[in-house]
Design a protein around this ligand. Sequence first.
Ligand SMILES: [Fe+2]
Length: 278
Amino acid sequence: MKVDILSDLHLDFYFKPHLTTSENIISFFESIFTNRGTQKIGDVLIVAGDIGHNNKQNIEVLKILQKKFYKHIICVLGNHDYYLIGSEAKYAFKNNSFLRIEDMQKRINQEENLHCLDGTVVTIDGVQFGGANSWYDGSYVKKYFPSLDNSDINLLWRENINDSNLIKGISWFDEIHTLEMKKLENIYKNCDVMITHVNPSFDEKHIDKKYHNSPINTFFTFDGSKFYKNGFIKYWVFGHTHDSIEYTMEDVNFLCNPLGYPYESNYGEGIIMKSFEI
Ligand SMILES: [Fe+2]
């Protein structure tokens, strides 16, 4: 099967609610999925997190994309999918980001041929796709800035990363990491394809050069070595960084293909779809 990959859709930056119509969604994404009409669309689409800030809009768009283009769409959620922005969202989810995540996962998983992985595996035509939202940890800082301790990292997080303000229900940068690693632990031996939102390598070789030598990288990476070294994973798809990244390590192919914000993607025109055959 041919698997297309994309992450970081940030849908609410592209479509105002009243313009979230089938026509607009299809014409925008058809151009991306076909690389401007030059290639065939795959069988399965992976969306590696950061779908958008509005659960209702997210599910509307995913349903339209699956019905029109793909046999299956497989997602995990990203840090932005935890965000509670505005009083309406805070009220609806009782100021608890985890309720927003649960709601989004439920909306996706109740649809036929849409899958939201949360420490779970879905098998499609014999291929096992596993995934979880995942989260960042302090590994990058421990390697490249060993004089900083966990309190320093938390201070950096509070001062530089919106997650610390817009995710309600956490007070420590790697609180969600602890929860998410248990989920990866449960599935990594049963995946041909692993999907996480965050880059599982904190080595600078696997981080875009323009970010090198900054402790902030720790909020974009985690140590996934246990999983890619000891599992049977052939492809690991991630997002979170808005740079297109590819690398190979321990016989695993790592791929990241973000749509990103409109100013980064030139409203989708600058995106080259990535795919693999499995
Ligand atoms: Fe993103």
